[in-house]
Structure formats: structure tokens, C-alpha cells
Design a protein around this ligand. Structure first.
Ligand code: SDX
Length: 434
């Protein structure tokens, strides 16, 4: 995908006295990379980069991050503008089409989301077979993967009409999430309503009951729109890379998104928002003994980490975390919610930001540190927090998957390794094994 004009410098590599010149590719924001696509063929060497900390897996036009300055843009638009001035479905459209929708485009997209909100009634019966305490993330992954069986035509060539493909998934994932919650608490399912907005529909499916109608508050809808926008994409993070990797093998969109859901589930990634609440609750129950948890985080022999802090890319405040922290006061004030965990979160942040140990490691609050506080205020249970992350991230995953599939540069993801196992050994038959 990169234009030739992006390559105007070279890097010289000298191996065993031989000089190799490798092209340097530079993105439009000055991000530079040494092009090693022919390194193995030319030198017989691979590059060793566990966790791909130093590797660019692709060229992308979707999201730009500047980890030093704490900058995040979707398709060139600043996250601060999108989070404060857009609906989530506008941003979903932007990620998919590289343009903010005009009124007609937005209405057409909204209509598609309404048309595809229901899941097949046969799928509804799947919920009867999950145990009551089943993880909502495992249910989400299973149900999204199962959509392939009910809508096989969608996998035929999802790029043919990405709007239909995307709106089916973006709409149905909301219904699946809400149904899994209702099933887990033994309440009757609440079906989607076409008179409600994307976020209002989700909240109604989650909290409406036959005995007490749920009032969809505009402030709550606005808070949810903001949260979903902030989670919508984040360049080549772990789950997005999982979506691209599965898609690179020719996998269908559902199986690729299901892989992304499973990667996001991990507590080092999207599962951190749930882990943050468990950590804050533990500190609360421990008489707010911050010192104990700070010491655990500093102890190299203790696997404990401060959930919600640190990031592979940001070496300063995660701009999304800052926006969410500010939104906490607004929404808790509107809902008149007093959450002791918010005070604990603020104190913990203050301690970490002023402790030389953490400052030396560039540990700042990330998107997951405060998001759970708002989800709690909206009434969303802790075990659904990562599901909320997936709802937000879905348009980004689809846009990244589409870009990968349309990119002529794309090859099946297949990294190499350095072998450090046993040298060649003579086979020993079973009868001679001691
Ligand atoms: C998300 O990539 C994305 O864009 C992800 C995401 C997205 O939108 O998709 O932004 C969403 O996943 C946010 C991150 C949520 N995860 C957490 O909050 C879990 C806690 N954070 C850490 O596990 C960690 O910071 C990671 C996983 C986020 C990043 O890990 P890295 O980049 O591999 O960094 P590292 O593990 O090499 O840490 C560098 C040093 C280490 O110390 P040393 O070995 O150098 O002595 O910092 C320390 C780490 O021990 N460290 C922490 C820490 N995070 C890093 N120490 C204590 N608490 C932490 N949270």
C-alpha cells in the first residue's frame, strides 16, 4: 500500500563485512521504519522482536497515535473532537468509510443498524445452554463466531457491501451482549426497538423489565456514546492484530472478530477495565492500604501489576483516559452516584504519578483506569466491562480487517523464530526407553 515517495532514505546494515542498504519508510506524521521485507532473502537473517515492540506490521490509513505527545486521531480527526461532538455511529461510519457521514449517509447507516438488530431466533436458544455464570466474553465470542452459520452469504465477500456486513455485526453484537446479561440474571429478554438510538437501544435491552420500564436518560446515552467512541480503534493493538492475523489466512469476518474478542479478553488488554475495579475493591477492603499494593507492584518477584496503568505506546497520559476521568465527575453528578472507588482511583493515580519508580517506567493511567467507574454508575455489571470495550472496538476491528483484505501488500501472517530446543537426536523405540 505505501507509495514509492514514502521511501526516500536508506539504512546501512553491515553483516560479516558485507554491506546491505535497507529502505526507510516514513509515514505522513514522521513515523519511520526500516523496511526489512527482503532481509531474510538477502541476508539469511530474521529480526528478533518478541511482542513486536519494535515492529510495524502494516501501513494503515485509519488511526494515528503519538505515544510521546498523547495524540490519538481517527482518520485524521482528533479524539477530543470526535468524543465531544459525534455519535458513536458517526465515528463507526468514519472508521469504515474514511469520511464523516452527511445527514443522508448517517440516516441510511442508522436504518441498516435498525434492520439488522435482531438475531435469528434459533440463536436465542443458544443462551439456554450456557451455565448461569458463563463469562459474557466467552458468550460473545461464541455467538459472533456462530453468526457465520446463520448469515453465510455475508462471509462470501464481505467487502462487496461493507455497510451491510458492518451494520449486521455492529447492530447484532449489541443485542447479543444485552441478551447475555439478561440471561445471566434470569430476566426476560428485551428485544431491540427501532424508535431508540444505537446506545439508547442497548441500554433499554439491558435494563428494561416487564414490571418497571427503563427511562433512557439523554445524559446516560451521551456518556455511553462517548465511551464507545473512545474505544473505537487504536491502531495495531493486540486484539486488532489478532483480527488481522486470522483474516490474513482468508478467514471470514466473523471468525476474525471472534479472535479479536478473545484477545481483548486478556487482563493485560481489554480485560484490564474489569481488573481495575477488582484492584480498587481489594484496596477498599484492605482499609485503603495503598502502600501494600504499591509495594507489590514494585516487587519484581510479585506478578501483581497496577491494572489501568502503563501502555505499550503512550509514554504520557492516554488522551482517552483523561477524557474519561473528566466525564466521571459529570455522569456521577448527574446520576447522583457516590462511588468510593473513584476516590481510591484518584488517590492511587496521585501516588503513582509522583513515585519515581513508576515515573521512570512512564506509567500513566490508560483508558481502562477510569472507564469502569462510569460503567458502574450506568449500572453495567463488572463482568460486562470488557464486553463494552468490544462493542466500542468493533467498528475499528472491521475497518482494520477491511483495510488488510484490500491491501495488495497483505500476506498471511507467519512470523519466524529462533530455535533453541534439542539438537538432532537418534530415535529410541518404546521397548528401549528407560
Ligand atoms: C489496553 O495496545 C493498545 O493500544 C491497547 C489499548 C487499546 O485501546 O487497544 O490501549 C487497550 O490494552 C490498555 C492497557 C490495559 N492493560 C493494563 O492496564 C494492564 C496493566 N498494564 C501492563 O500490564 C502493561 O503496562 C501493558 C501490558 C499495558 C504494556 O506492557 P509492555 O508494553 O509490554 O511493557 P512492559 O511489560 O515491558 O513494562 C515495562 C516496565 C516493566 O518493568 P521492568 O521489567 O522494565 O522493570 O514497566 C513495568 C513492567 O514491570 N510495568 C508495570 C506496569 N506496566 C508496566 N509495573 C506495574 N504496573 C503496571 N501496570
Amino acid at each position: 500500500m505505501p507509495d514509492d515517495n514514502l521511501f526516500d532514505q536508506t539504512a546501512e546494515l553491515i553483516i560479516d563485512g558485507q554491506s546491505y542498504h535497507l529502505p526507510i519508510i516514513e509515514g505522513i506524521e514522521g513515523d519511520k521504519s526500516i523496511d526489512v521485507r527482503d532481509l531474510l532473502k538477502e541476508t539469511g537473517y530474521t529480526v528478533y522482536d518478541t511482542g513486536y515492540k519494535n515492529s510495524a506490521s502494516c501501513c494503515s490509513t485509519i488511526t494515528f497515535l503519538d505515544g510521546k505527545k498523547g495524540v490519538l486521531r481517527y482518520r485524521g480527526y482528533a479524539i477530543e473532537d470526535l468524543a465531544s461532538k459525534c455519535l458513536f455511529i458517526e465515528v463507526a461510519y468514519l472508521l469504515l468509510h474514511n469520511k464523516l457521514p452527511n445527514r443522508v449517509e448517517l440516516e441510511n447507516f442508522r436504518t441498516l443498524l435498525e434492520q439488522h438488530a435482531l438475531i435469528h431466533e434459533d440463536m436465542v436458544h443458544f443462551f439456554d445452554k450456557f451455565p448461569p455464570n458463563a463469562s459474557p466474553m466467552s458468550i460473545l465470542s461464541v455467538m459472533v463466531n456462530s453468526l457465520h452459520n446463520f448469515y453465510p452469504e455475508m462471509s462470501a465477500d464481505p467487502l462487496e457491501n461493507i455497510d451491510i456486513t458492518a451494520s449486521r455485526l455492529i447492530s447484532k453484537i449489541r443485542t447479543i451482549a444485552a441478551f447475555s446479561y439478561k440471561k445471566s440474571i434470569g430476566q426476560p429478554l428485551v428485544y431491540p426497538r427501532n424508535d431508540l438510538s444505537y446506545c439508547g437501544n442497548f441500554l433499554n435491552m439491558m435494563f428494561n423489565t416487564p414490571v418497571r420500564p427503563y427511562i433512557v436518560l439523554p445524559e446516560v446515552v451521551a456518556a455511553l456514546n462517548k465511551l464507545l467512541i473512545l474505544h473505537a480503534d487504536h491502531e495495531q493493538n493486540c486484539s486488532t492484530s489478532a483480527v488481522r492475523l486470522v483474516g490474513s489466512a482468508g478467514g471470514n469476518l466473523y471468525s476474525s472478530i471472534s479472535a479479536g474478542i478473545n484477545a481483548l479478553w486478556g487482563p493485560l488488554h481489554g480485560g484490564a477495565n474489569e481488573a481495575v475495579i477488582h484492584m480498587l475493591e481489594a484496596i477498599h477492603q484492605d482499609n485503603n492500604d495503598y502502600k501494600k499494593y504499591i509495594a507489590k507492584a514494585k516487587d519484581r518477584n510479585d506478578p501483581f501489576r497496577l491494572s489501568g496503568f502503563g501502555h505499550r505506546v503512550y509514554r504520557t497520559f492516554d488522551p482517552r483516559g483523561t477524557i474519561i476521568k473528566d466525564a466521571c465527575d459529570d455522569i456521577l453528578g448527574i446520576l447522583n452516584v457516590k462511588d468510593p472507588l473513584l476516590e481510591i482511583a484518584r488517590n492511587l493515580e496521585e501516588i503513582v504519578l509522583n513515585d519515581p519508580f513508576f515515573v521512570s517506567k512512564n506509567l500513566y493511567p490508560n483508558i481502562d483506569f477510569y472507564s469502569g467507574i462510569i460503567y458502574r454508575a450506568l449500572g453495567i455489571p463488572t463482568n460486562m466491562f470488557t464486553v463494552m470495550f468490544a462493542l466500542g472496538r468493533l467498528p475499528g476491528w472491521i475497518a482494520q480487517w477491511k483495510e488488510m483484505r484490500e491491501d495488495p501488500e497483505t500476506k498471511i501472517y507467519r512470523p519466524r523464530q529462533i530455535y533453541i530446543g534439542s539438537p538432532s537426536r537418534k530415535f529410541v523405540p518404546l521397548s528401549q526407553r528407560t
